[in-house]
Design a protein around this ligand. Structure first.
Ligand SMILES: [Zn+2]
Length: 218
C-alpha cells in the first residue's frame, strides 16, 4: 500500500511512459496495462467492441464526446456518443470526455442520461465555464497546457481538489510530473498533498481499478 500511495495518476495519455499509473487511450489492440476505451466520431465507421470493456484493465470509457471541427455531422456524433454513455452507465465506468465547441450539447446529454458514472472533461481549457460545469457535478482534468496558459493557471486555483484530475494526453514534450509540480505550486499545496488527493479521487471513482490491479501482467 505504501508504494501505491505514492503513485501518480495520469488520467489520460496516448502512450505509456512508466510514470505512475497511466490510463492509456486504447486505439485498437488491447494495451498491456490500464486503459480507457471508446470511439471518437472521426472514427465513426469503426464499431464499438463491447467485449473490450469487460477486460479487467479497462477502467473507463473514453475518450468520447463531440467535436464540431470534425467532418462527421453533429447528429451522427451525438448518436455514437450517447451509445457509449449508456455503455458507461451499464458498466458503471467513469467517462473521459472530449469536447470541442459542443459544450451545450454535451451538457444537455449529461442532464438527459442520468448515470452514476463520473464525467471528466479531459484536457480542459474552457476556463470561462469552469464553475458552471463544476456545479453540474463533473470532474475537470488538466493537461500540459497549464504549464503556459495563464487563464488556465488562474482557473486551476479555484477548482476544488476533490474535482481535479491531471493528464499528459498526447504530449511527449512534458511529463506528468511537470503537470503535478506546476499545479501544486498554483494551488499552494505540497506535491505530496496533491498526489494524495488525486489518488483518492481515483480510488473513489475508478472502482474497477481494484480488479485490474490484481492481474499478474501489471
Ligand atoms: Zn487524448
Amino acid at each position: 500500500m505504501e508504494i501505491i500511495q505514492k503513485m501518480l495518476i495520469n488520467i489520460h495519455c496516448h502512450s505509456y511512459t512508466n510514470n505512475g499509473l497511466e490510463i492509456l487511450n486504447c486505439e485498437g489492440s488491447i494495451p498491456s496495462s490500464f486503459f480507457s476505451y471508446g470511439l471518437l466520431s472521426d472514427s465513426i465507421n469503426s464499431n464499438i467492441d463491447p467485449t473490450i470493456i469487460t477486460n479487467n484493465k479497462c477502467i473507463a470509457i473514453g475518450e468520447i464526446g463531440l467535436d464540431k471541427t470534425f467532418q462527421t455531422p453533429i447528429n451522427k456524433q451525438i448518436e455514437l456518443f450517447k451509445k457509449q454513455v449508456l455503455l458507461a452507465k451499464e458498466n458503471e465506468l467513469p467517462i473521459l470526455l472530449h469536447c470541442v465547441k459542443a459544450w451545450n450539447e454535451i451538457r444537455a446529454i449529461k442532464k438527459e442520461i442520468q448515470t452514476n458514472s463520473c464525467w471528466i472533461y479531459h484536457g480542459f481549457r474552457k476556463t470561462s465555464i469552469a464553475s458552471e460545469v463544476l456545479n453540474e457535478g463533473v470532474f475537470i482534468s488538466i493537461g500540459t497546457a497549464v504549464l503556459f496558459d495563464k487563464k488556465l493557471q488562474e482557473c486551476v486555483k479555484v477548482i476544488p481538489m476533490q474535482k481535479l484530475f491531471l493528464e499528459t494526453d498526447a504530449t511527449m514534450e512534458f511529463s506528468i510530473q511537470d503537470v503535478y509540480e506546476k499545479v501544486a505550486l498554483l494551488k499552494n499545496v505540497s506535491l505530496q498533498e496533491l498526489e494524495q488527493n488525486i489518488f483518492e479521487n481515483f480510488l473513489n471513482h475508478f472502482k474497477k481499478w481494484d480488479i485490474g490491479w490484481k492481474e499478474p501482467n501489471y
